[in-house]
Design a protein around this ligand. Structure first.
Ligand code: ASP
Length: 333
């Protein structure tokens, strides 16, 4: 595997499958009473978040801690970034402390790629601007595979604010890597420019019209999973849709749409990377429906990030990621 994880495109199908397999054993660990393994003892992981985060930051921290790495959290506020230090100087300063990995979230697309050129340690992209979020795509693939099995030929529909979504970009890449069929749906104003060429090259479908796609009348037919994306108001400078109500009517997963989906396929899955705008892109009835795997995604986030840290940082002499359960420890759930 490569030294860094910057883009989902860095991973071949075999590497994605390897990570997801390791994540499955990490997930078993989450069910034990004692969750710590010595796998990354002596390694140091810095989580540097220049943008807000709940799920990604805490799951990277937990992942590092459960594998006995020393983990330290830094944010823009409270670090020398707030005094005007450049990204390059900050990255090189942290690297000079001989850390092993830098997990970075940054509001600039391409920031992680830049940092990787300046430092000696591994760099993991935890979300860079509107560009990519590869570990989110891995945890989504993990969640989908747990419920649907092999993703070859499965149809995943991604709906919402595509223009501002790094989750969508990484998901399309990883889902296509795993052989899934993908349709992306957005209002014309939130459909990224240049998507025509990308979709033609990578073989995914695009649509401005949600209902026919959910009804299985799109190019890829019946739907196995729907991933709703957050409307990212903090990245919007102008009016991308007339009113919140009109967005919901056109592109929200409303109670009505969920009922129609479930009537066609009781096992359909509903995903959302969080944080959710309840009542805007997803109705509470859909967020909390039996078909919703939103909290499974969160749970998978820890296991997948453990697996990524393991694959990037563990040396050849590192023991198996999760040693067998000892008699005294036992499985608790
Ligand atoms: N949490 C995800 C991200 O950081 C999705 C979102 O914020 O809408 O990209």
């Amino acid at each position: 595997m490569t030294k860094h994880l910057i883009s989902s495109a860095d991973l071949s199908r075999a590497e994605v499958e390897d990570i997801l397999e390791t994540a499955a054993s990490m997930h078993d660990l989450q069910r034990r009473e004692v969750k710590k393994v010595p796998t990354l003892r002596g390694r140091t992981v810095i989580n540097f978040f220049f943008e807000d985060s709940t799920r990604t930051r805490s799951s990277f921290e937990i992942a590092g801690k459960w594998m006995s790495a020393d983990t330290i959290n830094l944010s823009a506020k409270g670090s020398s970034t707030s005094k005007g230090e450049s990204l390059r100087d900050t990255a090189m300063t942290v690297d000079a402390m001989a850390v092993d990995a830098l997990v970075i979230r940054h509001n600039a697309s391409g920031a992680c790629q830049q940092v990787a050129q300046w430092v000696r340690c591994s760099v993991i992209n935890a979300g860079d601007g509107t560009h990519e979020h590869p570990t989110q795509a891995l945890l989504d693939a993990y969640t989908l595979r747990t419920r649907l099995g092999d993703l070859d030929g499965k149809h995943v529909v991604i709906v919402g604010d595509l223009t501002h979504s790094r989750v969508f970009r990484s998901n399309v890449i990883t889902l296509k890597t795993l052989g899934a069929r993908v349709t992306v749906v957005a209002p014309p104003t939130l459909m990224p420019s240049g998507i025509g060429a990308w979709s033609a090259a990578d073989g995914f479908a695009t649509s401005w019209d949600l209902d026919p796609v959910l009804d299985g009348e799109g190019e890829h037919g019946p739907v196995d999973a729907v991933m709703m994306l957050r409307v990212q108001r903090e990245r919007m400078s102008g009016g991308y849709f007339p009113t919140a109500r009109e967005y919901t009517v056109g592109y929200g997963l409303t109670r009505d749409r969920l009922e129609r989906l479930v009537a066609r396929n009781d096992d359909v899955l509903v995903l959302h990377p969080g944080p959710m705008n309840r009542g805007l892109e997803i109705a509470p009835e859909a967020a909390d429906a039996p078909q919703s795997v939103v909290l499974d995604q969160v749970s998978a986030g820890v296991a997948v990030r453990m697996a990524v840290l393991y694959h990037l940082l563990a040396g050849d002499d590192t023991p198996a990621p999760v040693p067998p359960v000892t008699a005294t420890e036992g499985a608790v759930r």
